[in-house]
Each structure stands twice: as C-alpha cells, then as structure tokens.
Write a protein that binds this ligand. Structure first.
Ligand code: DC
Length: 222
C-alpha cells in the first residue's frame, strides 16, 4: 500500500503539534505525535526509578510497551496498557523525555513503531528526526522554527491552559537546555533535513502556517 506522509520537525515550542494537528485535519491524515512516545518512556523511568544509564535502560527497554490509539481523533499514549496521555506534559516529563531520547536503544524501539504507523496509513508526523531519519522519503518535510522568546511564551501558555503554572523565564531555560541536548546527541539529532522547507512561525498565525503547509503538500504530490 502506498501511503503519504508529511514530516514536521523543529525545536521545542515551535508549534509543531498544533500545526501538525491542523494539517492532519485538512488533509484527512492521522496525526502522530512522536514526542509523546519519548515522554511516555521517560515517565516509565521516573515511575520506576530507572537511572539514566545506557546499560540499565538497555535492560528494561523490552519491559516498556508503548502503544498509540485514537479516541475522537485525538492521539492517546498507552504505557504498558495504561493511558498516560494526561501525565506526560509536565516539565519533569519533558526533561526526562529529552534525557532518555539520547539512548539509541530507546530511539530504535520507538522509531520502529513510528515507521509501522506510517506504513499503514497517511500521516502527519512531528518530532525531531522525522525528516532526517524516521521517514527519509516523506512527501513533504517541514522544519518549523520561531524565536526563543516566542517559543517560551507559547509553551508557557499551553501549560497554563492545561492547569500547569510556570513562568516564561524558567521555561526559556528548560527549552534551551532541551534543544541543546536534542541537537547535540550522537544518534539521530535534531537538525533540518537537506530537503526540508524551513518556516519561521514567529510572526505567522496558526492558520497561515497550516495553509502554507497544505499548499506545499498539494504542490509536491501533484
Ligand atoms: O515534541 P516534544 O516536546 O513532546 O518532545 C519531547 C522530547 O522528546 C524532546 O525534547 C526530544 C524527544 N524527541 C525526540 O528525541 N525525537 C522525536 N522524534 C520526538 C521527541
């Protein structure tokens, strides 16, 4: 079966998930949030006091079963059968996701799940290495970016809406640290794919970015 895919990568807070969700609705594709998978893996490590040590992580990697389901078109992440979707958005889970994502054994496990989803259905997939590693033949690759100030304030607002209170300065610090780790890890780091189109969303509305990506996709597959 031939499937279509749109890969959306970029640093934290660039608007990937909001935009990817909107684009998936417009194209009638499934939205796959790969960050949620790393967050669920991180949550397992926090809940089970697993130290951030590659050998220890290798030993437990097969104990972590992550599955994706969709209720009302919203992605749900199940960790060993338990729906953890609402628990993975805290600052602690964000940092933990970034920390466990440096390990090759974790990435290979989650990449297999991501590629399987994309082989079964048309997807808009967001993450850090989708265009460069997970789906190198994606029909369209987008690298979303925005200034650090904008990204921090967007993330702060998003957390506030979820009932998590924090301040822009600490979110900014957390984002800088996380981006540094995501860009500098050895295996499948965050970077713009050579054939990705970069969009700076600092001064663009959600609908402008969505329309531009839909237009680019239609142009590509024509
Ligand atoms: O997109 P997000 O903020 O939910 O991602 C959380 C962390 O997971 C991010 O800091 C790095 C990691 N991640 C990754 O390494 N590769 C992906 N494809 C998606 C996320």
């Amino acid at each position: 079966m031939t499937t279509f895919s749109v890969a959306i990568d970029g640093p934290a807070g660039a608007g990937k998930s909001t935009i990817a969700k909107m684009v998936s609705r417009r194209l009638n594709f499934i939205y796959v949030d790969t960050g949620a998978m790393y967050r669920a893996f991180g949550l397992y490590c926090v809940d089970n006091n697993i130290p951030l040590d590659e050998e220890r992580i290798k030993n437990i990697v097969d104990d972590v079963i992550i599955t994706i389901e969709y209720f009302d078109n919203e992605q749900q992440v199940l960790l060993n059968g338990k729906n953890v979707t609402v628990f993975i958005r805290s600052s602690e889970a964000s940092s933990m996701a970034s920390a466990v994502s440096v390990f090759k054994c974790v990435r290979l496990k989650l990449i297999e799940l991501q590629r399987k989803l994309a082989s079964q259905t048309n997807v808009v997939m967001d993450g850090r290495d989708i265009g460069t590693f997970v789906l190198p033949h994606a029909n369209l690759k987008i690298y979303l970016n925005a200034s650090i100030e904008i990204r921090a304030s967007r993330r702060c607002k998003e957390l506030h809406e979820k009932g998590i209170e924090t301040d822009v300065a600490s979110i900014k610090e957390e984002i800088i640290e996380r981006d540094g780790r995501d860009m500098n890890r050895e295996f499948a780091p965050l970077r713009k794919a050579d054939n990705a189109i970069e969009l700076d969303t600092s001064n663009m509305s959600i609908s402008q970015v969505t329309e531009e990506i839909v237009r680019l996709f239609e142009e590509k597959v024509k």
